[in-house]
Design a protein. Structure first.
Length: 473
């Protein structure tokens, strides 16, 4: 199902192309009639030009119908190139017509004289044709600009040249008529010269149109657009650098490929969110289909801890409790490594050794690495029986912790104490309210001390987990 706004666009473009065909048919008929009546080369060149416009208008109508079809299996980038191809065909027809007019003009100027029968009727009909050209050119230009349609723009360009060339032909026929009326036979050459002027206009317009359509067919990037996109993306938060931007156009659509550098410690979700933001930003510059490729890079001045986390992330390892100590020119790094609980010690030690080697490669100087290996929790366990006893222990722990604020100025109160027995081990957890203005390092030290105090007071507790929260929470 085509969206409503796209359906309106397709209908308006088809209507403009169809009206262009009808107008071209009327103009061809009028100018063909004048060719028979006047034998004027200028009028003949205009008739040929309008005949070409009729063919071009038909091609435009067909190309617009095809180019607006959605992408399919054989055309994954859509059918927009049909517009570019139709404009290229129109360019070829323009050049052939111009060459014929030039040949006929020189033949009449130097070799074969042709009697011309101008009249007021012919001039009036040409003025009618001029009015049709002006109206159709403006209508096509409006729709072409509104929807960035190259095929309609080429058609509008044809009719805008018709305006100038028709004016030249009117002047040529008028001069011939004046020569016959006031006995100035040399003005008979004005008709052939008018034909040459029309041919020059066709060649000039055709060369411009041909260059643009050839650029589109050869995927030449629109001038300045790549640089504008690269600068806009480089200013976005989270982008370290823009490695490459490629832009190509198919009909009224642009396709953009952008390769950017992102911090190597960024998660997949963060990179995905950044890619979406880049696509949206590029879409604000030019409506386009955007593909973003992210390259992980070490940011300038990367901290040692971030580098270590990046090494672990690259190896697919989970680490925590990372710390480092510098003493006497020796760097000592300590961390906890989480491994699959089903691994043997040999396999787990092999992963730890690989991580140690990766960390040592980060610096030229000596690094002593100590890795604590622990199982990566994946099982969801069920508490053992003993609910009544655990509730009593919960109340005892809560009362004990709420008696400690006198010793710990940072502590306000403790609540939501939960105690459960899992696989013959007693686990306790609670929430402790503390002053929100304190640094997290200070809070961490206090929670560690409180956990130790609980285990000293209740030695049967295997593990204590405290969640700190500010008073305002």
């Amino acid at each position: 199902m085509i969206p409503a706004h796209l359906a309106d666009e397709v209908r308006e473009k088809k209507r403009a192309a169809l009206l262009s065909v009808a107008s071209a048919l009327v103009l061809v008929s009028l100018k063909a009639f004048l060719v028979i009546r006047t034998s004027s080369l200028g009028v003949l060149s205009e008739a040929l030009h309008s005949g070409l416009d009729l063919i071009a208008a038909i091609i435009t109508f067909l190309s617009v119908r095809v180019s607006d079809q959605p992408a399919d299996e054989r055309h994954p980038y859509g059918h927009g190139k049909f517009e570019n191809f139709s404009a290229f065909v129109e360019t070829g027809l323009l050049l052939l017509t111009a060459l014929y007019i030039i040949y006929e003009a020189f033949d009449r100027l130097f070799f074969h004289a042709v009697h011309i029968a101008p009249s007021i009727t012919a001039i009036l009909i040409l003025f009618c044709a001029l009015a049709i050209d002006v109206t159709r050119s403006r209508a096509l230009t409006h729709v072409a600009t509104k929807y960035s349609s190259e095929a309609l723009e080429a058609d509008a360009l044809h009719f805008s040249t018709d305006v100038w060339s028709t004016m030249v032909v009117i002047a040529g026929v008028g001069l011939v008529w004046a020569g016959e009326t006031w006995n100035m036979p040399y003005l008979i050459y004005a008709d052939a010269l008018a034909g040459l002027v029309v041919a020059s206009i066709i060649l000039w317009v055709g060369s411009r149109l041909g260059r643009r359509t050839l650029d589109a067919l050869l995927d030449v990037a629109p001038e300045g657009l790549q640089q504008e996109i690269a600068k806009a993306v480089a200013r976005m938060e989270g982008v370290l650098d823009v490695d490459r931007v490629r832009v190509r156009r198919a009909g009224n659509r642009h396709f953009v490929d952008a390769t950017v550098s992102v911090p190597r410690t960024a998660s997949l979700e963060q990179v995905h969110a950044l890619s979406d933001a880049i696509e949206k930003r590029i879409g604000e510059i030019v409506p386009s289909d955007v593909m973003v490729h992210a390259e992980p890079r070490a940011p300038q001045g990367e901290h040692l801890f971030e580098a270590i986390r990046a090494v672990a992330q690259r190896m697919g390892l989970a680490i925590h409790d990372l710390s480092a100590l510098q003493q006497g020119g020796q760097l000592f790094v300590e961390l906890h490594l989480e491994v699959d609980e089903s691994l043997s010690l040999s396999d787990a030690h092999r992963q730890a050794t690989d991580l140690e080697e990766g960390i040592r490669e980060l610096r030229d100087g000596p690094i002593d690495v100590n890795i604590h290996i622990e199982p990566l929790g994946r099982r969801i366990t069920t508490p053992d029986d003993g609910g009544g006893e655990m509730k009593q222990l919960s109340r005892a722990i809560e009362n004990f912790l709420n008696g400690l604020p006198a010793e710990y100025d940072e502590l306000v109160n403790c609540h939501d104490v939960r105690v459960r027995q899992v696989e013959h081990r007693i686990l306790a957890s609670c929430h402790c309210t503390m002053k929100g203005s304190l640094r997290i390092t200070q809070i961490h030290d206090v929670t560690a001390a409180l956990e130790d105090r609980v285990k000293e007071r209740f030695p049967q507790v295997h593990r204590v987990t405290i969640h700190p929260e500010p008073v305002e929470a």
